[in-house]
Write a protein that binds this ligand. Structure first.
Ligand code: SF4
Ligand code: ZN
Length: 306
C-alpha cells in the first residue's frame, strides 16, 4: 500500500475513505480535515477562547494538539475524579495530561472534585445511592457542571471535547432506539451558547476511533491506554461493538449513519418539547440553568451529602 500523496510506503489505510497515507502526510491530513469541519459547522474562530476538556486519553490530547497546531487559542482543563482503585486511573491520566501540557508550554487548569466539593466521584455515588456498581450518572453530572463552571468563571466562550465518530454514533444509536426527540435535537457537532453556558463543540466528531488512535500513536502523544474501570460492560461499549460489526461488512456505514442524521436534524425532523424550554431558569446556588424548581441537580446532590 502506497501513500496517495507521495508514493512512499503508507503507514495507515482508511478503507471507508479509500485513502492510504504515510506518517508525514497522515499527520498533515488529520489537522486539515479538522480545520475543514471547524469551518463547515461554524464551531469557532481564532478570536474565540477555547477550553479543551482533557481526560488523558488519546482523543482529548490529540484534539488539544491539533487545535494548537492549527493556531487556535486553546487551554486545557482536567477534572480529577478520584477514581483510583486498581489501575490508578485518575492519578495516571492526570500525570500524562500534566506532562503533555508542560512539554508544550500549554496552560492547563486542574479541578479536583474531592478538594472542590469534599467528595470524590465514587464517594458521591455511594452517598447519594445513585449507582453502587457504576458511578457514571453522577460522574457525567459532575463533569458537565464543572466544565460549565470553569468556562464561565475563567471567561472561555467555547468548550471543546474529544468525542470521535464512534462515540457519537453509539450515542445516536441509543437515542434512536428510544426515539429520544429532545436528545436527538441536541446531539451534533455544535451546541450553541445558551443561558450563560459556553458553546459546546466536538471537532473530532467525523473521525473514526481508529483514526484518532493512529494520530496519537504516529505523533508520539503519550496517553492512558486503559479505560476508566467503570466503563467495562457499559451500554455504550456494547453499541460500539455492534456498530463495528456493521462497519466490517459495510465500510463507511458508521459515518453515513451519523451524517444522514445531521442532515435530518438540519431539515427539522426533531423538535424540542415546549415544556423543557419554558421551565428553564437559573439555579439559586450556582446560577447554571435547570428545569428543577430551585436548585439544579448538581447542587441538590452536594447539599444532600453535606
Ligand atoms: Fe465517569 Fe468512568 Fe463512568 Fe466514564 S466510565 S462516566 S469516567 S465513572
Ligand atoms: Zn446549581
Amino acid at each position: 500500500m502506497k501513500c496517495k500523496k507521495c508514493g512512499q510506503k503508507a503507514s495507515f489505510n482508511m478503507r471507508q475513505h479509500k485513502l492510504a497515507l504515510c506518517r508525514e502526510h497522515y499527520l498533515e491530513w488529520v489537522p486539515e480535515q479538522t480545520e475543514r469541519f471547524i469551518k463547515k459547522y461554524g464551531m469557532f474562530t481564532r478570536e474565540d477562547r477555547i477550553l479543551v476538556a482533557v481526560s488523558g486519553g488519546k482523543d482529548s490530547l490529540s484534539l488539544w494538539d491539533i487545535l494548537i497546531r492549527l493556531g487556535y487559542q486553546a487551554d486545557g482543563m482536567y477534572i480529577g475524579l478520584g477514581i483510583d482503585g486498581g489501575i490508578q486511573y485518575s492519578s495516571e491520566s492526570q500525570r500524562l495530561t500534566q506532562e503533555f501540557a508542560e512539554a508544550r508550554g500549554l496552560k492547563l487548569h486542574v479541578v479536583d472534585v474531592e478538594r472542590e466539593h469534599g467528595q470524590s466521584i465514587p464517594m458521591l455515588a455511594m452517598k447519594t445511592h445513585r449507582g453502587f456498581d457504576k458511578p457514571c450518572s453522577v460522574c457525567g453530572l459532575v463533569k458537565r457542571h464543572e466544565m460549565n463552571r470553569i468556562a464561565r468563571d475563567l471567561g472561555y466562550n467555547v468548550l471543546a471535547t474529544g468525542h470521535n465518530l464512534d462515540d457519537e454514533a453509539a450515542v445516536l444509536f441509543g437515542n434512536t432506539l428510544a426515539w429520544e426527540g429532545t436528545y436527538l435535537l441536541r446531539q451534533g457537532p455544535v451546541l450553541p451558547a445558551a443561558d450563560g453556558l459556553a458553546r459546546k463543540v466536538k471537532p473530532l466528531c467525523r473521525f473514526y476511533e481508529r483514526e484518532m488512535t493512529a494520530y496519537a500513536l504516529l505523533s508520539g502523544i503519550e496517553y492512558i491506554y486503559e479505560e476508566c474501570p467503570f466503563a467495562e460492560g457499559s451500554t455504550s461499549i456494547y453499541y460500539k461493538e455492534l456498530l463495528n460489526q456493521l462497519e466490517t461488512t459495510r465500510p463507511g456505514a458508521k459515518l453515513t449513519f451519523y451524517l444522514r442524521f445531521l442532515e435530518a436534524r438540519t431539515n427539522g425532523l426533531f423538535r424540542e418539547k415546549p415544556e423543557v424550554v419554558q421551565n428553564m431558569h437559573p439555579c439559586s446556588k450556582c446560577g447554571q440553568s435547570t428545569t428543577a424548581p430551585d436548585l439544579c441537580s448538581f447542587c441538590r446532590m452536594i447539599e444532600k451529602v453535606k
